[in-house]
Design a protein around this ligand. Structure first.
Ligand SMILES: Cc1cc2nc3c(=O)[nH]c(=O)nc-3n(C[C@H](O)[C@H](O)[C@H](O)COP(=O)(O)OP(=O)(O)OC[C@H]3O[C@@H](n4cnc5c(N)ncnc54)[C@H](O)[C@@H]3O)c2cc1C
Length: 532
């Protein structure tokens, strides 16, 4: 099918969906109970009625399974702990922590590495999935750890608020996203960890502590804890009114990206909320999304990507039309001509970030469930890598990367899914925050080779070597693949040492000191970042 007919199909699908209601939780894969807000006497503050949590407490004991396996989201990581537990309440978390000598806590397992694994108890906080309250005066929201980022965004949107920044992927748990410094593109607000105002955490002795700015390094360490300090059960995050913004879409090429990175070195703020999607097989063609404030008001558009996903799951999924449509799209994405396949993937991507006036919550680029499902079912398992380069090195580093493609040292065809390139500022990053110390340019790339074709990706290896070299000295994302292992899932002591090198020994030592204060016996230590 030529690109024009794909575009027509997409536009038809989009047009049909604009009348649809907003996505329901059920359409998001893992449903969570709807929450009801009741206003207290102070109209500025709304609280959620606690029936949900109380009901769970009364009826649901924590499930603890012995000898169970734990898998990450697409089975590239399998852990074999002694026990896997799903507590519903903070009291159950306390009880479990007290009765196990070693604990690793996980969210939705949407990380690409073994940092999540533990040998004794692995506990997920997913059952604690209530948003607890919105303070309209202070502009903060308080949420339980297991709430999906997507559900939090919807909950806030229904009340006229938005997260100031959000990752492209929003189907992880909010505590998991914060623990790994997950991010979108924001020079001003930084990563999700930067939004944290307070953290309620269950410590190794079963005590419950609320950490805030007043707790200095303990708070700073807990913002990007990688699960190594305790079980985070609640988070209070900064939010902002859900204003109308303009989302722009621009064509750019490799040279254009390099020129903009050079400008960002001197004026990073000019690149607030800029994303680039760079497709290697399309010979460096890329698109750029901007999200700016508006000086004039237009009627905001609905979130078309979300409406399309919603339409698909409500109407097409499990019908005979699904077979035809899914097969059709899958065939296009699998086209043996990589250039053609990459064009289709890019067009699908563009359909999700069409320009226009949107509410901020809808304007921030976000991967729709349909996109995740399509990529997963068509291309299968993959490793996701993310490298964060200091702005003063970013131009030369990215130029060297582009040259690898130009010289055919890395094969363009190995990357059908476009790289996502973003700017993330230091905001109020935690000690291990990936942008701690200064704005960085982030390069996200998905590699399918190791699981689907060759067992080893020469193209990816060359890129990893470049990223670890003095040209880039890239920091790595704690939720992503290893920079040293050929199969990205298995993080090793080399990766842990690399984190220390790139974060800086003084900063790392402050993190370890905080860990020793909060968890003296290393109950939550992961064995790599914090030895146990
Ligand atoms: C398709 C895809 C796209 C992605 N895109 C982005 C992106 O755009 N930007 C980005 O930054 N990241 C992205 N990620 C990475 C993802 O945001 C992180 O890996 C995130 O940590 C996953 O959250 P989770 O709930 O699945 O946590 P898990 O993967 O289960 O755990 C991650 C870490 O959080 C800790 N943790 C989880 N819950 C708690 C808790 N309650 N208390 C203490 N520690 C806890 C764990 O110990 C572990 O160290 C993407 C992931 C996928 C699968």
């Amino acid at each position: 099918m030529p690109p024009s007919s794909l575009l027509q199909s997409l536009l038809l699908l989009l047009a049909t969906t604009t009348t649809l209601l907003r996505t329901t939780d059920a359409a998001l894969g893992a449903p969570s109970a709807p929450v009801t807000a009741t206003l207290t006497e102070d109209p500025q503050v709304s609280f959620i009625t606690p029936q949900g949590a109380a009901f769970k407490q009364a009826t649901s004991p924590a499930t603890v399974t012995g000898g169970a396996e734990w898998h990450n989201w697409h089975d590239t990581v399998i852990c074999r702990p002694g026990f896997v537990a799903s507590p519903w309440t903070v009291e159950q978390v306390v009880e479990l922590v007290k009765t196990h000598p070693r604990v690793r806590v996980v969210g939705l397992g949407h990380s690409f590495n073994t940092l999540t694994c533990g040998k004794d108890l692995m506990m997920t906080t997913l059952q604690m999935d209530q948003v607890l309250g919105l303070d309209k005066l202070k502009h903060t929201v308080t949420t339980q750890a297991g709430v999906k980022t997507r559900n939090l965004i919807h909950w806030l949107r229904d009340r006229g608020f938005a997260l100031p920044t959000a990752p492209y992927y929003i189907d992880q748990s909010i505590a998991g996203a914060v623990a790994t410094s997950s991010h979108g593109s924001s020079v001003v607000f930084g990563s999700l960890s930067s939004l944290v105002k307070a953290i309620k955490i269950v410590l190794a002795d079963g005590s419950i502590r609320v950490l805030t700015e007043a707790d200095g390094d303990l708070f700073s360490a807990a913002k990007t804890s990688v699960g190594a300090l305790g079980v985070v059960v609640e988070l209070t995050l900064a939010v902002q009114p859900n204003e109308n913004v303009w989302r722009g879409l621009h064509h750019i090429d490799a040279q254009g990206i390099l020129a903009e990175i050079q400008k960002a070195e001197h004026n990073a703020l000019a690149f607030e909320r800029v994303h680039y999607w760079y497709s290697p097989p399309l010979k460096g063609a890329a698109v750029k999304t901007t999200v700016d404030d508006l000086s004039h008001k237009h009627e905001p558009l609905p979130n078309i990507g979300e409406a399309t996903s919603d339409f698909y799951y409500r109407t097409v999924a499990n019908s005979s039309l699904q077979l035809v449509l899914f097969r059709h799209i899958a065939q296009m994405m699998k086209d043996p001509n990589t250039h053609t396949a990459a064009t289709y993937v890019m067009l699908g991507h563009i359909a999700n970030i069409l320009p226009g006036t949107y509410k901020l919550s809808d304007a921030l680029p976000a991967q729709q469930v349909l996109e995740t499902d399509l990529l997963r079912s068509v291309y299968g398992k993959y490793d996701q890598y993310e490298f964060a380069v200091a702005l003063d090195k970013a131009h030369d580093c990215v130029k060297s990367l582009f040259e690898l493609f130009d010289r055919n040292v890395t094969n363009r065809d190995d990357f059908r899914v476009p790289f996502c390139l973003r700017y993330v500022g230091p905001g109020k990053e935690g000690l291990l925050g990936i942008s701690h110390g200064g704005t960085r340019f982030y390069l996200n790339m998905d590699n399918y080779d190791v699981y689907n074709r060759k067992g080893f990706s020469q193209s990816m290896q060359v890129i990893k070597d470049l990223m670890a070299s003095q040209t880039c000295e890239a920091r790595v994302h704690y939720g992503k693949a290893s920079i040293f292992s050929p199969m990205g899932g298995a993080w090793s002591t080399l990766d842990a040492r690399y984190v220390q090198d790139t974060v800086g020994y003084d900063v790392y030592a402050r993190f370890v000191a905080a860990a020793k204060t909060l968890d003296p016996a290393g109950k939550f230590a992961d064995g790599l970042l914090i030895p146990n």
